[in-house]
Design a protein around this ligand. Structure first.
Ligand code: ZN
Length: 260
């Protein structure tokens, strides 16, 4: 059984196509799907989908590129969503994105909001799903100073092996998406081949980052087997062995079980 630990079935690309999306995923053997919010509206939508479909779980929070939508009652709203819905399994995606803006005031604001959400996750006894782009060093420093007590995952990890080892030391898992299948992606392949099994996760980040052979198309959870196959080859294991490793890690980190 395959698991997609990070996708955006709540994206407008999939409105009114959710059932079709999940049917295609099931046909491909992908039976557990985590839907990730990026602001309040998309987090509410993630929870709605989790409540509507078996095997679907919600991750809720404010993405660093969406900090403009912050309002004073946001954390109360996130708290309420979590308290009222048992299928909320993590706070995410949260973190730092220094790729799109070099404005230091915006970077500082992203850091404040990241730290607030780590505290929120600790309060709610949940792990975190971390987005970090062109900001590895600051992300690492913040995780060191403000440890996520219930751990978490570096989603769509794109850094070096050396940096991955630093995140792992802090108890973080490392998740791979479509880029690990790209021909020239030497660094993601090196990381995927060498990190300890107990820290390995897979995701699509759909609708973004479709793996080979679908690169450039709208990505979906049904494509998870192509990412698993690439990692299996890199680690000299079978697809089945990677599936089992991911299942075990998902159960440990997110307390989500097979058929549960
Ligand atoms: Zn995402």
């Amino acid at each position: 059984m395959y698991i997609d630990t990070h996708c955006h079935l709540n994206d407008e690309a999939f409105i009114n196509k959710e059932e079709e999306y999940l049917n295609k995923a099931h046909q491909a053997g992908v039976d557990i799907v985590f839907v990730v919010g990026w602001d309040l509206k998309s987090s509410i939508r993630a929870v709605e989908l989790a409540n509507r479909f078996n095997g679907v779980y919600a991750i809720i929070g404010l993405h660093p590129e969406n900090i403009d939508s912050y309002s004073n009652d946001l954390w109360d709203q996130i708290r309420k969503l979590q308290k009222e819905n048992r299928k909320v399994i993590a706070i995410g995606e949260i973190g730092l994105d220094f790729h799109w803006t070099k404005d230091l005031d915006i970077h500082r604001r992203q850091e404040e909001i990241f730290i607030q959400q780590i505290a929120l996750a600790n309060e709610l006894k949940l792990p975190i799903s971390v987005h970090s782009r062109d900001a590895s060093a600051r992300t690492l420093a913040i995780l060191k100073e403000h440890p996520p007590v219930f751990k978490g995952v570096m989603h769509c990890y794109s850094g070096s092996l050396e940096m991955a080892k630093e995140f792992i030391k802090l108890g973080m898992d490392i998740s791979f998406a479509g880029p690990v299948t790209f021909k020239n992606a030497h660094e993601p392949k090196e990381v995927a081949a060498n990190i300890p099994s107990e820290t390995l996760l897979v995701e699509t980040d759909a609708p973004y980052l479709a793996p080979q052979p679908f690169r450039g198309t709208t990505n979906e959870s049904k494509n998870i087997p192509f990412i698993v196959r690439e990692i299996a080859q890199l680690r000299n294991l079978s697809n089945k062995e990677i599936e089992q490793i991911v299942m075990d890690n998902v159960t440990r980190l997110f307390h989500v079980k097979q058929n549960g």
